[in-house]
Design a protein around this ligand. Structure first.
Ligand SMILES: O=C(O)CCC(=O)C(=O)O
Length: 262
């Protein structure tokens, strides 16, 4: 979806865009606002990410397939900019779908390196009523911010729209080739929110640079997952806005940073 110049200037969605976005999310399983965050913020996050990532992969095994890493991010500047953790275009949609009381439970990244391969098509969450033959309303929402342009050659995410509505227990590997999918080509600083049940996969990175994707999760507060809590130093937490404090209130306040920034 495209934000209007007035929405970008006001840092707010119009009521019409909010309605459209919520409707698109419920039916398609995702909303993409292209190229929203300013280049200086993306440049600062990309520079810091590169330092933290290079230090991490020097000692870590690839953990999402060949030449592909999931890495938790340090809950620190520049990553915790309010335009990231409480984005004014994303939060109203999140709140309309999972409620004002939702929490942010994941602060991380996905990065295919040159030489990565297709992942298996997958969902990022488990069904909460696995025995029911029908989809239930959304209970967690992934939020991705590409830190570089996602192009056809550098391993864009491939998504299967509307598959968040398939019955729990559908054989994803068998059904995915029969259904429509799209590669999400988007400029750095775009905002992608997606129902974590929607099928997707990482694709091969044929370029000569890494392709980092920030990843957060906003969820119903009662949802239990296997993710470790986000470590947030007390002084950092104290410096957050009241809304951001509320979003991160169930995380490890006073705990250690995931990967110390440079
Ligand atoms: O390519 C991406 O950013 C997403 C990768 C992914 O879906 C995963 O590692 O589970």
């Amino acid at each position: 979806m495209q934000l209007s110049p007035a929405e970008l200037a006001d840092n707010a969605l119009s009521p019409e865009t909010l309605d459209l976005a919520v409707c698109h999310f419920k039916t398609s399983g995702y909303v993409l606002f292209t190229g929203v965050l300013p280049p200086d913020l993306i440049a600062a996050m990309h520079a810091e990410f590169t330092q933290v990532f290079n230090a991490h992969i020097a000692n870590a095994e690839e953990n999402r397939g060949a030449n592909r890493y999931q890495m938790h991010l340090p809950f620190a500047k520049p990553f915790i900019d309010p335009r990231v953790i409480e984005n004014p275009f994303v939060l109203p949609i999140v709140e309309a779908i999972v409620g004002d009381d939702c929490v942010c439970t994941y602060f991380a990244s996905d990065t295919p390196l040159p030489g990565s391969e297709h992942q298996a098509v997958h969902a990022d969450t488990h069904p909460i009523f696995p025995a029911m033959g029908m989809a239930v309303p959304t209970y967690n929402i992934g939020f991705n911010i590409p830190l570089v342009d996602f192009r056809a050659d550098n391993g864009p995410m491939q998504i299967w729209p509307s598959t968040h509505l398939t019955s729990p227990g559908t054989d994803i590997a068998a059904a995915a080739p029969l259904l429509h999918s799209e590669e999400l080509l988007m400029p750095a600083g775009s905002l992608l929110i997606r129902d974590l049940r929607m099928w997707h996969r990482g694709t091969p990175n044929h370029s000569d640079e890494i392709r980092p994707n920030m990843a957060m999760i906003y969820a119903q507060r009662w949802l239990k997952t296997h993710y470790p809590p986000v470590g947030i130093p007390q002084t950092t937490y104290d410096g957050l806005s009241p809304r951001a404090q509320q979003l991160f209130r169930d995380e490890d306040i006073g705990g250690p940073l995931a990967h110390a920034p440079s």
